[in-house]
Design a protein around this ligand. Structure first.
Ligand code: AGP
Length: 612
C-alpha cells in the first residue's frame, strides 16, 4: 500500500527520500514521486509510473534537490496508475502534499473547490486536500493552522505530509486512521509510513496517534492532538535492524522468509515456555491468568492469511477447552450487528498491526461491546493494533517483506497454541496434557527444518503446475484452513486460480471440476480424519484427477499413476497445521518463479492494507 517519506535537514534530502522509498517497495505500489522546496525557494517535483528505479532514472536526467522534501509510492485507489495521479500533488506553486488513505467525501469537496476556481490535474481523492489547505493558507494563517483547518473537512482515513515554499524549513504532518511515524535525527528530522523507510537515518521514533498533527523543523517537533492541544508523545528506541530488510543470498524475500521459519518460531517460543507450562507474562499484563479464567467466549477477527490462522486457532481452542470460539473476517464483522456478549475475549490477528479493517473491527468492539478484554496477536510492536489492545501476544517473526505472508503465518499459529495452552492453564486443565503440549511445541523448529530439506523435491513438483490455470486444495479438520492458505499463496503469487475445500465437501459440487487438467493438492498428516481423507482422494482418482499429496510417512498413501506423494515427517497432531504449511509455501514459491511473476510484489497487491 502507499508509502510516505519526508525529511527536513541541513543537507540535500532527495537521496534519503529515494532510499526510504526503496525500503518501502515491499508494501506494493504502481508509481512513485518526490517533491522538494529548492534553495531558490520554489516547489518542484518529479514523478514516474512503475518502480522507484524509474523515478531515479528520471531524476538522473532532470535532477532536483532541496533540504525539505516529501516522497511517495502510490497504490492506486482513485484513478489509474499514471503520472498525473502519482503523488506529490500540488495546489499551484504553494502546497505540495503526499497522502495515504482514502478521503470519502472527495466528490463533494472536489465540486466545491471547482466552484471556487480550483483546477484539478488528477483523478485522485488526494488532490482535494492540497487545494483545501491552499484555501486556508491564502487567508494568511500558518501552514500548521491551514492543515488543522483542512483536516476538519475531511472524512475518511489519512496520513499526510505537506510542504510549502511559504515555510521552507517546516514539514507538517497529520494522521487519522493510517500510520505515520516521526524519525528523530541530530539536527534533522524525518517522517515515514513505517520505520523501515527511516532505519538508515535514525533508530529513534515517535508514533503519532489518531487525530495528531505535527509541525517538524530541523530542531523541533510540536505535536497537537485531535483537539488542537499540544501533547508529548513518547520517543521509542527501535532495535529493528536494517539487515532484516536485505535479501542476503536469497533470490527473493519470500524464499528467505520461508527459510527463516525455524528461527522465527524459536523466537516466538523463547522465554515463553517454562518447564511444563506457558508463562502468562507473555501477554504483557500481570493478571493474564485471572483475566483468561473469566473468558466464556472468544471472537477472533483478522484478514487474509491472518484470518486463516484464526480458523486453525478455533479448532485448537474448541478441541482443548470448553470455550466457544468464533472467527470472522474483519471487513465483514465491522459492518454487522452483533448481540451484546458477556465475558468475551476479542482476539485480533495481524502481521502488520495496521490493517484498516482489523483496526476498525477493534474500534467497533471497544465502542459498542464492552469486551472483557481485547488481545492482539501481532508482529509489529509499535503498531496501532498493539497500542490499542489491552493485551498483546507478539509474534517474533522479524520484518516480513514479501507481500505473501509466510513466517508471520506460522508464528501466528505458534502464538495461538501459546494462547490455547494459557487458556487451558487458566481453566485448570489436566497438567499432564499441558506438559505434553509444551514438550511438543519445543520440537517444532527441528520439524520445520526437516520439511525445508524437501525443497528440491518440491521445486521439481512445481514444474507440473506451470501450464495449469486452476488448482484445488483439500484438507480436513484443522488442515482445511491450511488448504485455504495454500490456495491463497498459489493464487496471489502465481496468478493460478486456486480454491480450497474441506475434502468431505467434494462430492457436493466441486467434484464436477475434476479432470486431468485440474491438479489437486492435499495435506494428509496422520490425524483422526486420515482414513476419511483417503476415501475422498479415491473419489478424485476415479475421476481422472491428478493428485499431489503431502502425506505423513506413516499414512500409507502409496504413489501411483496420477498420485504423487511427498513424504512428510511424522508430527504430533497439534503441530500438523504448522508443519504442513511449509511445503505449500514452497510449492507456490517455485510455481511463481517458474512462471516468472514478481514473487515479492505480486500485481495489484500491497503488503499492508491500510485503506478499506
Ligand atoms: C497474505 O499473503 C497477504 N499478505 C494478506 O492476505 C494479509 O495476510 C492480509 O492483508 C492481512 O494482513 P495483516 O496480517 O498485516 O493484518
Amino acid at each position: 500500500m502507499c508509502g510516505i517519506v519526508g525529511a527536513v535537514a541541513q543537507r540535500p534530502v532527495v537521496e534519503i527520500l529515494l532510499e526510504g522509498l526503496r525500503r518501502l517497495e515491499y508494501r506494493g505500489y504502481d508509481s512513485a514521486g518526490v517533491a522538494v522546496v529548492r534553495a531558490e525557494g520554489d516547489l518542484v517535483r518529479s514523478r514516474a509510473v512503475g518502480k522507484v528505479a524509474a523515478l531515479m532514472e528520471r531524476l538522473d536526467g532532470e535532477p532536483i534537490d532541496g533540504k525539505l522534501g516529501i516522497a511517495h509510492t502510490r497504490w492506486a485507489t482513485h484513478g489509474v496508475p499514471a503520472e498525473r495521479n502519482a503523488h506529490p500533488h500540488f495546489s499551484g506553486e504553494w502546497v505540495g502534499l503526499v497522502h495515504n488513505g482514502i478521503i470519502e467525501n472527495h466528490v463533494e469537496l472536489r465540486k466545491r473547490l471547482q466552484d471556487d476556481g480550483y483546477r484539478f490535474d488528477s483523478d485522485t481523492d488526494t488532490e482535494v486536500i492540497a487545494h483545501l489547505i491552499d484555501i486556508f493558507r491564502r487567508q494568511g494563517v500558518s501552514m500548521l493552522d491551514a492543515v488543522m483547518a483542512a483536516r476538519c473537512e475531511l472524512h475518511g482515513a489519512y496520513a499526510m505530509a505537506v510542504i510549502s515554499p511559504d515555510e521552507p524549513d517546516t514539514l507538517i504532518v497529520a494522521r487519522q486512521g493510517s500510520p505515520l511515524v516521526l524519525g528523530l535525527g541530530i539536527g534533522e528530522n524525518f517522517i515515514g509510513s513505517d520505520i523501515q523507510a527511516l532505519l538508515p537515518v535514525t533508530s529513534r521514533f515517535i508514533y503519532l496517534e489518531n487525530g495528531d498533527v505535527a509541525r517538524i523543523t530541523r530542531k523541533k517537533i510540536d505535536i497537537f492532538d485531535v483537539n488542537g492541544e499540544r501533547v508529548v508523545r513518547p520517543v521509542r528506541e527501535s532495535n529493528a535492524s536494517m539487515c532484516s530488510a536485505e535479501l542476503g543470498d536469497y533470490r527473493h524475500f519470500m524464499l528467505k522468509e520461508i527459510f527463516e521459519q525455524p528461527q522465527s518460531v524459536t523466537g516466538t517460543l523463547e522465554n515463553r515456555l517454562a518447564g511444563d507450562h506457558v508463562l502468562p507474562a507473555l501477554l504483557g499484563v500481570s493478571d493474564a491468568l485471572e483475566r483468561l479464567a473469566q473468558v466464556e467466549e472468544i471472537q477472533i477477527l483478522a484478514c487474509g492469511t491472518s484470518y486463516h490462522a484464526g480458523l486453525v486457532g478455533r479448532y485448537w481452542i474448541e478441541a482443548n477447552t470448553d470455550i466457544p470460539c468464533n472467527v470472522e473476517v474483519a471487513s465483514e464483522y465491522r459492518y454487522r450487528r452483533q448481540p451484546p456478549r458477556k465475558n468475551m475475549l476479542f482476539v485480533t490477528i495481524s502481521q502488520s498491526g495496521e490493517t484498516a479493517d482489523t483496526l476498525a473491527a477493534l474500534e467497533k468492539i471497544k465502542e459498542n461491546h464492552g469486551a472483557l478484554a481485547t488481545l492482539t496477536i501481532c508482529n509489529v510492536a509499535e503498531s496501532s493494533l498493539t497500542r490499542e489492545s489491552d493485551m498483546a501476544l507478539m509474534t517474533m517473526a522479524g520484518p516480513e517483506i514479501g507481500v505473501a505472508s509466510t513466517k508471520a503465518f506460522t508464528t501466528q499459529l505458534v502464538a495461538l497454541q501459546l494462547l490455547m495452552v494459557l487458556l487451558m492453564q487458566a481453566k485448570g486443565a489436566d497438567k499432564a496434557k499441558v506438559a505434553q503440549m509444551v514438550a511438543d511445541l519445543r520440537k517444532l523448529p527441528a520439524l520445520i527444518e526437516q520439511v525445508l530439506d524437501l525443497n528440491p523435491k518440491i521445486e521439481t513438483l512445481a514444474e507440473r503446475f506451470i501450464e495449469k490455470n486452476h488448482a484445488l486444495f483439500l484438507g480436513r479438520g484443522e488442515l482445511y484452513p491450511i488448504a485455504m492458505e495454500g490456495a491463497l499463496k498459489l493464487k496471489e503469487i502465481s496468478y493460478i486460480h486456486a480454491e480450497a475445500y474441506p475434502a468431505g465437501e467434494l462430492k457436493h459440487g466441486p467434484l464436477a471440476l475434476v479432470d486431468s487438467e485440474m491438479p489437486i493438492v492435499t495435506v494428509a498428516p496422520n490425524t483422526a480424519l486420515l482414513e476419511k481423507l483417503k476415501s475422498n482422494l479415491e473419489e478424485v482418482r476415479s475421476r481422472g484427477g491428478e493428485l499431489y499429496v503431502f502425506a505423513d510417512r506413516e499414512a500409507h498413501i502409496v504413489a501411483a499413476d496420477n498420485l504423487h506423494v511427498l513424504e512428510m515427517p511424522h508430527v504430533p497432531e497439534m503441530l500438523a497445521p504448522i508443519v504442513y504449511t511449509i511445503p505449500l509455501q514452497l510449492l507456490s514459491y517455485h510455481v511463481a518463479v517458474l512462471k516468472g511473476t514478481d514473487v515479492d510484489k505480486p500485481r495489484n497487491l500491497a503488503k499492508s492494507v491500510t485503506v478499506e
